[in-house]
Write a protein that binds this ligand. Structure first.
Ligand code: SF4
Length: 215
């Protein structure tokens, strides 16, 4: 099956099932600072929790200047109970100061500058570039890594290797859609523990690599 068709089927099915990630945009908007803050908050945290924490944080600190004025305990309180909230609060605090100091309070739109920010790695940088700046990049998180391997698109052991392989494989025009489509699909159909292969629109062509035969 072609990748464009595959992504379309994933989008339709996960939207029908109300994937939590699809409400992120309406919850936080498309501003680069909101997307960056949300992506930093989202690591190892359920989307529902990240959305509530992101809303609380962004309503109090919608800009780097406002965030930099908050104390660490205030940020911790706003983002609790996201995973690693103390570390993320520290990253957000120094990230806002770095944006003010080095980037005139704006989120930079290039990879090298983004990964120079505290708490921002390859995945976060690529998601921000795709979602906030419309660049053709692929943000690879655990959903994208798992689903790409199950589908046999790649054969890789780490998200970093998956990112390299998908970068070579996926045509430019589909790259920026891929993260959102696979995350939504991973939340609703191709879930980590019990993928719903019998209800999956890709079931006929998917090799289901590494999936239990009874799934
Ligand atoms: S058939 Fe199963 S393993 Fe393949 S994409 Fe669908 S849910 Fe995932």
């Amino acid at each position: 099956m072609r990748i464009g068709r595959m992504l379309l089927l994933m989008q339709r099915e996960s939207s029908r099932r109300g994937a939590p990630v699809l409400s992120v945009e309406s919850a936080i908007g498309r501003g680069p600072f909101a997307i960056l803050s949300f992506t930093v908050l989202s690591a190892r945290t359920r989307d529902e929790t990240t959305i509530s924490a992101g809303r609380r944080l962004l309503s109090r600190a919608p800009t780097p200047h406002k965030l930099a004025r908050l104390t660490l305990p205030q940020i911790q309180k706003l983002i609790y109970p996201v995973g690693f909230y103390k570390t993320k609060a520290r990253h957000l605090h120094s990230l806002s100061r770095t944006l003010i100091r080095n980037f005139r309070g704006e989120v930079p739109g290039d990879f090298k500058s983004l990964i120079s920010l505290p708490g921002v790695g390859r995945k976060t940088a690529n998601i921000v570039l795709a979602s906030a700046f419309g660049k053709h990049t692929i943000g690879v998180d655990t959903h994208v890594h798992r689903i790409s391997n199950r589908l046999g698109l790649v054969k890789t052991k780490t998200p970093g290797k998956t990112n390299d392989a998908l970068d070579r494989l996926i045509p430019e025009k589909y790259k920026k859609k891929l993260n959102m489509s696979m995350v939504a699909f991973g939340q609703t159909v191709c879930t980590p523990l019990r993928p719903k292969c019998r209800e999956c629109p890709l079931s006929k062509t998917c090799p289901k690599i590494g999936v239990h035969p009874k799934a």
